[in-house]
Design a protein around this ligand. Structure first.
Ligand SMILES: Cc1cc2nc3c(=O)[nH]c(=O)nc-3n(C[C@H](O)[C@H](O)[C@H](O)COP(=O)(O)OP(=O)(O)OC[C@H]3O[C@@H](n4cnc5c(N)ncnc54)[C@H](O)[C@@H]3O)c2cc1C
Ligand code: HEM
Length: 408
């Protein structure tokens, strides 16, 4: 509950029936929203709290969990750096009040992802009250009645968008899938190819990823790309690399065995094939980033229309090119596919880094770009593709920062 000394509307709406998100200015349920003035008030507060965001985040969670002990059970046992994301996203969303289309797209995506956490409509007011109280404490200079009213209006709109998007998604899909491991194959000392059977059909597009939770780390979710296009047997394949001290990746690679049951959140991601385009596909896959690229190749093959697909497959050494044989076999079958391994050390293939190898090839202006791999590779790969004449709106990749992905 908000302290009684500060009157004002309770942050957070009542659960509502799903439906289209109304204009802020037109719907009395959201109050009389004045984007520009509200945006200015919100941004002033954001500027003030920016240097103290860590302390603010800790205080927000302390308020949330002491006032609502039941909510603590939705979160994993260890509150590590991941926890910043919820709070940062709240601030990001509030700062987007003037960009309604982006805001709705961003929040709808977030909200669909929240169904797996067990988030319910009644949690939103609880989070809103703690947000407002944390801001009031950490923004003494810019906080006041007017700023509070602007934040309450923004949070009310944010949570309504999220509640509506979750309700709409719930009419189409479950929040979670149970998926039994049916095979587990070590390809290198730290990379496993894992095949799972979901308990009900998993509707995804080639190039997308799933959130995965293991039985060993409850409530700890990580994203893994689907390494195949949808299959007639409904099985899903993941390529997982165990990273040093990695919670989920190490469990999946070194502990999971056939018969173990994972939980999956719904599919997400926008790195999918645009079948309305006749352009070629220039694909860069670094390490296990080759997994969704392989799915894209299967997807193009399944559509039966020959389009040039050029795959650059990057790894540290030849030994780390764990899926090259399968890709070579596909290359033999599919006349439009070309696969070029690129490694950093001595090799039988191209030596160097992926972006440099791509720069040396081409021309690429008749291609769309697809990138998957470590964040640094994606950043330098995008630069290389833009430099090679592919406009940024024809380059697809996924990143954890949904907003960056939306804005391209
Ligand atoms: C859209 C998307 C798709 C992804 N697809 C795949 C995939 O198909 N296959 C796959 O293996 N991974 C994939 N990842 C990465 C995956 O989600 C996890 O981040 C990764 O498995 C590490 O999780 P963890 O719990 O094991 O490590 P954490 O417990 O999160 O991290 C432990 C430590 O390892 C460090 N660390 C994290 N990642 C790496 C890394 N790559 N190399 C070195 N150190 C690291 C962290 O900074 C931390 O210090 C994908 C990520 C995204 C965002
Ligand atoms: C109101 C707007 C909200 C925003 C903008 C928001 C944003 C986020 C973001 C960005 C993440 C990081 C992981 C992901 O992308 O899924 C996250 C995680 C999470 N959120 Fe939210 N969230 C909101 C509301 C809520 C509410 C009301 C709850 C319920 C209590 C909630 C519970 C969680 C949980 C349990 C996680 C997982 C944390 C973890 O893995 O450590 N969120 N949220």
């Amino acid at each position: 509950m908000a302290p009684p000394s500060r009157p004002g509307p309770a942050p957070g709406p009542a659960p509502s029936a799903p439906g289209p998100v109304p204009e802020f200015t037109a719907n009395p349920g959201y109050g009389r929203f004045e984007p520009s003035r509200d945006a200015e008030l919100i941004r002033r507060v954001l500027d003030e709290v920016e240097p103290v965001s860590q302390a603010l985040t800790s205080y927000f969670y302390a308020l949330l969990f002491t006032r609502n002990p039941g909510v603590r059970t939705l979160f994993p046992a260890a509150m590590d750096a991941q926890r910043d994301r919820l709070f940062k996203a709240l601030l990001t969303a509030a700062g987007l009040v003037d960009e309604r289309r982006t805001l709705v797209e961003y929040l709808s995506h977030l909200s669909r992802g929240h169904r797996k956490y067990g988030t319910r409509p009644e949690h939103y007011p609880a989070v809103g009250e703690c947000l407002i109280d944390a801001l009031a404490r950490y923004a003494p200079r810019t906080w006041g009645e007017e700023a509070e009213a602007a934040w309450v209006r923004a949070y009310t709109a944010i949570s309504q968008i999220m509640i509506d998007a979750a309700a709409e998604d719930a009419r189409k899909a479950p929040a979670l899938w149970q998926a039994e491991v049916v095979s587990h194959e070590m390809r290198t000392s730290d990379i496993a190819v894992i095949t799972v059977r979901p308990d009900q059909p998993y509707p995804f597009l080639a190039g997308q990823y799933a959130s995965v939770e293991t039985p060993w780390w409850p409530k700890v979710w990580r994203q893994y790309s689907l390494a195949c296009a949808p299959r007639s047997d409904g099985l899903l394949v993941f390529h997982v690399k165990a990273v040093p001290a990695g919670w989920v990746s190490r469990a999946l690679v070194h502990r999971a065995r056939p018969g173990d049951v994972l939980r999956l959140g719904g599919p997400a991601g926008s790195m999918t094939v645009d079948h309305s385009s006749g352009n070629g596909l220039l694909c860069l896959g670094g390490s296990t980033g080759i997994a969704p690229i392989k799915a894209l190749v299967e997807d193009v093959a399944g559509h039966g229309r020959a389009r040039p697909v050029e795959v650059f497959y990057g790894a540290r050494s030849d030994l780390d090119l764990y899926d090259l044989d399968t890709l070579r076999e596909m290359e033999r079958r599919l006349s439009w596919l070309s696969v070029r391994p690129v490694v950093e050390g001595p090799s039988g293939g191209i030596v160097g880094r992926l972006p440099d190898a791509v720069r040396q090839g081409g021309p690429w202006h008749a291609f769309d770009g697809y990138l998957s791999g470590p964040p640094g590779m994606i950043r330098s790969g995008v630069d290389a593709l833009v430099g090679a004449g592919i406009p940024s709106d024809r380059i697809r990749h996924d990143s954890l920062d949904g907003l960056t992905a939306l804005r391209g």
